[in-house]
Design a binder for this molecule. Structure first.
Ligand SMILES: *Cc1c(COP(=O)(O)O)cnc(C)c1O
Length: 411
């Protein structure tokens, strides 16, 4: 019996014209000439805009949507997204500056992340952004810095929940974690907070990332709302917002099924009335990174050598894991699987050979595609790695082996 092979998610956002993948309407070979060098990352303005419109359409009215910048902090991308969202979430002072430069109001920027230094806290206080407190110690340091500056900063409490987001690519809550303050410690921490010169504005409960399972997301959202309601009883005042995290995933590997966003929206529409009733003045926030941009970007590298080793075809590119670590399988994957990859300038040619696509680094870890069915590719052809809009360049070790840093363009 032959089982049909699970296929990669369809890549509809990059239509083929005259045999070439296009990004923002431009054929990839022309785009490569426009950029002037390979490799490069290209992100599509239209695809990002369409994705945000889809979220607005499918998620409940009134739900605030924030962009978590660490997924793609390119300033042009952030500037494009900023006017279309209700807030930005940053995780460093560098990201905070990009968010402020993009024109986002400071009170709509929240600054999360463990290990904020006094210098970073001081910058955040001076900027007037919301600081998501990750520990009781950090709370005391914020209060001390605030006194020095004579300001009363807006603070939110990041809670490490007493549950986890099941089937998540990365779990960031539940059990012992470096993120947030354990839910069990909340009574003392919130009592202490009430006596400090800090303006309590909300709760931040983020349990995980890259989830494609509706039921798991729904269960976590339900528990998050219940936890937020319990904690609000202990808070110094009614929270202005409850950030319920995000975790919406995108399909990367053969067999991954894209998330049914209308179903996520319908689930939220059932859960939210409870908190809206008990806390009518509290905004509910969902924060997403990957879901905004992941599918809107490609990584393009050029084939610089083609060789056959003991019968196996290798396409050696000028790119690799130093730019696109996640596609190489070395960013949290246990078993390496292929991202969707194509020979971007030969989309109409028949798939007539099986080839390995590798990078230019001197390590066997540097692989962009294992045993992929492809058209016969040659030196000069352009390898396109899809699903590269999130956790690409900024999540890769660009200094490893000292090659130049690739360009990024927003098309
Ligand atoms: C990383 C992160 C996000 C974004 O996660 P995605 O999977 O990109 O949506 C959101 N919130 C916090 C606190 C994070 O650390």
């Amino acid at each position: 019996m032959t089982k049909s092979k699970p296929v990669h998610a369809p890549i509809e956002g990059f239509p083929v014209e005259e045999g070439e993948i296009t990004v923002g309407g431009m054929p990839v070979s022309r785009l490569a000439r426009r950029v002037g060098s390979t490799p490069f990352f290209a992100y599509s303005r239209d695809l990002i805009t369409q994705r945000i419109a889809k979220m607005r359409r499918e998620l409940p009215d009134g739900l605030h949507i924030h962009y978590a910048m660490k997924a793609n902090p390119m300033p042009a991308v952030v500037q494009h997204i900023a006017p279309q969202v209700d807030g930005l979430d940053v995780a460093s002072v560098g990201e905070m500056q990009v968010a402020l430069n993009a024109g986002m109001a400071p009170e709509l920027i929240s600054f999360a992340g463990p290990g904020k230094t006094n210098e970073e806290l001081s910058a955040a206080i001076a900027a007037g952004v919301v600081i998501n407190m990750e520990s009781a110690g950090e709370m005391r340091r914020i209060a001390a810095e605030a006194k020095v500056q004579g300001l009363c900063p807006k603070v939110a409490v990041r809670v490490n929940p007493d549950f986890e987001l099941k089937s998540s690519g990365m779990k960031m809550g539940g059990g012992p974690k470096q993120f947030g303050i354990d839910a069990e410690q909340m009574p003392e921490v919130l009592a202490e907070l009430a006596n400090l010169e800090l303006d309590f504005v909300g709760f931040h409960i983020f349990s995980g990332s890259q989830n494609l399972k509706i039921e798991a997301l729904r269960e976590a959202q339900e528990k998050t709302i219940d936890l937020a309601l319990r904690l609000s009883d202990l808070a110094p005042k009614e929270p202005k917002f409850v950030n319920i995290g995000g975790g919406l995933g995108i399909p990367y590997f053969p067999g991954d099924v894209p998330l049914d966003l209308p179903a996520v929206g319908a689930g939220l529409a059932e859960i939210l009335p409870k908190i809206n009733k008990e806390l009518p003045n509290t905004d509910i926030v969902i924060e997403l990174g990957r879901y905004f941009v992941g599918e809107a970007g490609v990584y393009v590298a050029k084939v610089v050598d083609r060789k056959v080793s003991r019968g196996q075809v290798f396409l050696v590119t000028d790119g690799g894991l130093h730019h696109q670590l996640a596609a190489s399988g070395n960013f949290g994957q246990i078993i390496r699987k292929n991202y969707p990859v194509a020979i971007g300038n030969k989309m109409s040619a028949p798939q007539e050979e099986v080839a390995d696509i590798v990078g230019c680094l001197c390590t066997p870890l540097d692989r962009l595609g294992d045993k992929m069915e492809l058209p016969k590719a040659d030196v000069g052809d352009l390898v396109v790695v899809f699903q590269s809009g999130a956790y690409g360049l900024s999540a890769s070790p660009t200094a490893f082996l000292g090659h130049p840093v690739p360009a990024e363009v927003l098309v």
